[in-house]
Every structure is written in structure tokens, then in C-alpha cells.
Design a protein around this ligand. Structure first.
Ligand code: SF4
Length: 503
């Protein structure tokens, strides 16, 4: 599936998304497979990452894999710093294991560690937050040279969990806790936005009447609200106010006898089990993980549905050393390409053009060659960046491939509407440089403008009946700047369609 996704999209980055990837019992087997498939060649352009790992799940195999995928930060989910609170949320972590994990990660060259915590957990007290600070300071003292970041999210009680009846802390309470941690941990502390967690909590446990509210906020323009830059909390509040909804009510503690809005959805987990687990949480008693320990009779396993664990990996796991990652024989075949950037593609920046070229060529299975630094980039050689808004004919691009392909297979490739590879020359192993050519511009008026036609010390500008030609005496001077400074044309692209070309 990954291979197909890479082929179809041209992308080369993938993340093994999971709540806790380290808990996946076939993780090592999967890593072996991915290594065989994507890291078998000396040129390793693929990037894999694991979002967050369970303490105790790190081993040389996983760390090697992450290094190859250019992951620079290891993220571990701790959730609570105090042992007491970890018992409440049934998160069994041996702190010695965490120290071992960090030591190993450090040995493998990882310098950045992110530790996830939750604030506002049921039964949380002030001293539980103090424990986070102490925890951070202890680690910092032990692992000098390791950059440790504490990241806190606000606990959101979710349906079908033992905490589905709990209240969620208010925005003000969350801000208070964040303020304390920030004052102690300074720049090493990051947190989720309390307003976003507030909404998350409401949406998680709302009832069917809530639909009208969501529809109304959407109609009023709410989009992509989980992105901070699009999040408009005032709109959510204003809409709720006008519909007569009291949002805070959704975060309240639920009575155990109350019928919950999601109770008609059967996930297989028995309500008695959730109630028992809630009770055990308050008694601070761990429940065993049924994958390794005894069954707690939650109700999920019935008939065909069972708790399956992967078989022990039978295949030999060959440990690849870090030095293997670094030594990469480099053989690059170079091509000189000339392309046009006309029409709508004039709005693409140089960086966007290069990214598109990479994606399109990858989709076409053209074997791009990559630099071998920590963050591999396709091997391109370009001239000076083209200003956005100016079209161009015969622009140069040097392209490095790891295998030889025919010139015809590159010629005519349309990277984007109006952006086409027109001419391709194979250069062998000789890396091409941007050719020295004289530049000129064609200016087609699209709006009336009056300015004095003249030749200046930097530019020769002529009118040829229906359009202008402009030849700068020096290539390196910005053409738009020249028009502005020497002809007082403030926004040239408003008045002219400008096409750059080469003699
Ligand atoms: S073994 Fe099945 S029924 Fe028992 S606790 Fe685990 S998931 Fe639930």
C-alpha cells in the first residue's frame, strides 16, 4: 500500500500513525518489510516517522529505522509524571525503562526528545503538576546534551471509556495549569490551546441536537478549526449564544444513572466493565493489559473476535549499523533541461516549481538522485529564482538521476499547466551549470499606463507597435525593480503581461 501511495502521489514521506505505535505487536516485522522495500538502495530518499512511542518500546532496530527516515526527535507518551496518577489512568510505565530508552536514543545520535503529558486528568492535584516539573529537571540533569521538550494536552473525557462520566476542566482552569508549567519549564514547554480542547470535549460528548449547531457554525464560515491559524473561537461562541446553547454544560460530570447520548452505539465493551474500571481508577489500581496478562472480561471478545497477537518474528532481523546509513556510493547522471513557464504557472514560486518537478517525476518513476545529507534533496541545478508573476521561456534546469534514462522520456513532460520540459540534453556524469545567456523581456500591455519611454543606464526599453521589448544591461538586476525605479511603474504586473526569454 505504501509503495502504491508513493507511486501514485510522488510523495516520499510517510508516518506510521497510531495512538501508540510501540504497542503494535508486529512493529518490528513491519519495519523489516519497510527496510527491505525502501532502504535497500544506497540512495535513501524515503522518509518514515513514528509519531509517538510507548516507554520501553525503543530498541536498536526501531532507532536505526528512525535514523534512516531522518527522524530527529523521539516522542514518548508518559501522560502523567506521578506514579499515583499513572495508576489512575492505567498507564503502567517503569521509569527505569524510560531512562534506558533515553540512554539508547542518545547513543544512536538522537538529540531531541519530546515527552507527552496530559493535564486536567481525573483526581489531578497541584502536586501532580509539580511532579512534571521535577521529572523534567531530573531528566535534564541526567541527560546533558539532550534537548527535552514537555508537551501537554488537556484531558478530554471520551465516550466508551471509563472516564466518560467525568467532567472536563474549564478553559480558565487549563490556562492556570499551563501558566504554572510555562513559568517553571519556560521555552521547553508546549501546550495545546485550551479553547480547542474545550471544543473537542464538547464535540466528543455532545448529543444529536448538536448537529444543528455544527451546521450553523459551518454555514457561518468555520473551516479547518484544528489548525490554529484558522481557528475562530469567537465564531463558535457567538453562534452558540445566538442558538441559546450553553456550551459549558457539555463538559459537566455525568450522573452514573443518566442515559448517555452514545449509549445506543455498541462497541462491544460492557457498561459494567467501564464502571468497574472507573472505580478501580479512583482506587488507583492497575488493570492488566490483556494482551500479556489475564482477561478482564471487557466484553469485546466474542466468537470470531479475539485478541490476536502477531507470531514471533521468524525471519532473521539483520541489524544495520549507523555507518551503513552514511556510506552511500553516489552515481549521478545529469541532464540539461529547458522549460517554459507560461500562463497560470507564472504564479508558482521557484520552491513550488522544484517541489512539483520532484513529485511529477517521482510519479512517472523517473529515478531522481538525492543528496546524502541528513535531509536528502533531489539533485537540481537552477539559475536565479524567477519572480512570481513573470512568465518565462527556455528556463534552465540541471537534473540529476541515479539511472540513465532516454532524453525522450523526459521531453514533453508537463509539470503543471503551462510548465513543460521542452528540450532535454543528456550530459553524462558532468554536472551542468546555468548557461550564460543574455536576457530580454517582452511586455504586453493589459491596462492603460503612461510613462516616459527612454533608455536608461540599466535598461533599453523599446515600443514595437503593440508591445515593448526590454533588455537589461546586467542580468543580475531585478527587472521589476528597474521598472519601478527608472520608469516609476509601481506595480508592473498590473499593467503588463511580462515574458522573460533568452538570446
Ligand atoms: S481478552 Fe478480550 S474480553 Fe478479555 S479483556 Fe481483552 S479484549 Fe476484553
Amino acid at each position: 500500500m505504501t509503495k502504491k501511495a508513493f507511486e501514485l502521489t510522488g510523495y516520499r514521506e510517510a508516518s506510521l500513525m497510531s495512538l501508540s505505535a510501540g504497542d503494535y505487536s508486529s512493529l518490528e516485522k513491519l519495519i523489516n518489510l519497510l527496510e527491505r522495500e525502501f532502504y535497500a538502495y544506497s540512495q535513501r530518499e524515503y522518509v518514515f516517522s513514528l509519531p509517538s512511542l510507548r516507554v520501553g518500546s525503543l530498541n536498536p532496530k526501531i532507532l536505526n529505522f528512525l535514523r534512516k527516515g531522518r527522524t530527529s526527535t523521539i516522542t514518548l507518551a508518559i501522560e502523567a509524571a506521578s506514579e499515583r496518577l499513572r495508576r489512575v489512568i492505567n498507564k503502567k510505565i517503569e521509569i527505569e525503562e524510560l531512562y534506558k530508552d533515553l540512554e539508547l536514543a542518545f547513543k544512536f545520535g538522537f538529540k531531541k526528545i519530546k515527552l507527552y503529558f496530559m493535564i486536567g486528568l481525573p483526581t489531578e492535584e497541584e502536586k501532580d503538576l509539580e511532579e512534571i516539573v521535577k521529572f523534567y529537571k531530573d531528566l535534564n540533569r541526567t541527560f546533558k546534551g539532550l534537548e527535552i521538550t514537555i508537551s501537554a494536552s488537556i484531558f478530554v473525557p471520551k465516550p466508551h471509556t471509563p472516564f466518560q462520566w467525568e467532567r472536563q476542566i474549564t478553559i480558565e482552569e487549563a490556562l492556570e495549569k499551563i501558566k504554572y508549567l510555562k513559568s517553571e519549564l519556560k521555552k521547553n514547554f508546549k501546550s495545546h490551546q485550551p479553547e480547542q480542547s474545550f471544543l473537542e470535549g464538547i464535540i466528543a460528548r455532545a448529543d444529536k441536537n448538536f448537529y444543528f449547531y455544527l451546521e450553523e457554525v459551518f454555514k457561518r464560515g468555520a473551516r479547518l478549526d484544528s489548525w490554529k491559524e484558522y481557528f475562530n473561537f469567537s465564531l463558535w461562541k457567538k453562534t452558540a449564544y445566538e442558538l441559546g446553547l450553553e456550551l459549558k454544560d457539555y463538559l459537566r460530570e455525568r450522573d452514573l444513572k443518566e442515559e448517555l447520548p452514545w449509549e445506543h452505539i455498541d462497541l462491544g465493551i460492557k457498561k459494567e466493565f467501564l464502571l468497574k474500571e472507573k472505580e478501580k481508577a479512583y482506587q488507583e489500581i492497575y488493570t492488566e493489559d490483556c494482551r500479556w496478562g489475564s482477561c478482564s472480561n471487557c466484553g469485546v471478545c466474542k466468537g470470531e473476535i479475539k485478541n490476536y497477537l502477531s507470531e514471533k518474528e521468524k525471519e532473521e532481523k539483520k541489524l544495520v549499523t549507523i555507518s551503513d546509513i552514511i556510506k552511500n556510493p553516489d552515481e549521478t547522471f545529469w541532464y540539461e533541461i529547458y522549460y517554459d513557464k507560461l500562463g497560470v504557472s507564472k504564479f508558482l514560486s521557484q520552491l513550488e516549481i522544484l517541489r512539483l518537478i520532484e513529485l511529477v517525476l517521482r510519479r512517472k518513476k523517473i529515478p531522481l538522485s538525492y543528496t546524502q545529507g541528513f535531509n536528502p534533496r533531489p539533485k537540481f541545478v537552477c539559475g536565479p529564482a524567477l519572480p512570481v508573476g513573470i512568465e518565462v521561456k527556455n528556463e534552465f534546469l540541471g537534473l540529476g538521476l541515479r539511472e540513465k534514462v532516454s532524453e525522450e522520456s523526459l521531453k514533453g513532460i508537463e509539470i503543471y499547466e503551462g510548465l513543460i520540459f521542452k528540450e532535454v540534453k543528456f550530459k553524462g556524469k558532468e554536472k551542468p551549470s546555468p548557461p550564460v545567456r543574455k536576457t530580454y523581456y517582452l511586455l504586453y500591455p493589459i491596462k492603460e499606463i503612461s510613462f516616459k519611454l527612454k533608455s536608461t543606464k540599466n535598461l533599453e526599453l523599446k515600443f514595437l507597435g503593440s508591445f515593448y521589448t526590454a533588455i537589461p544591461y546586467k542580468n543580475e538586476i531585478s527587472f521589476l525593480k528597474l521598472l519601478k525605479e527608472e520608469f516609476n511603474i509601481d506595480e508592473p504586473l498590473k499593467y503588463f503581461r511580462i515574458i522573460k526569454s533568452y538570446i
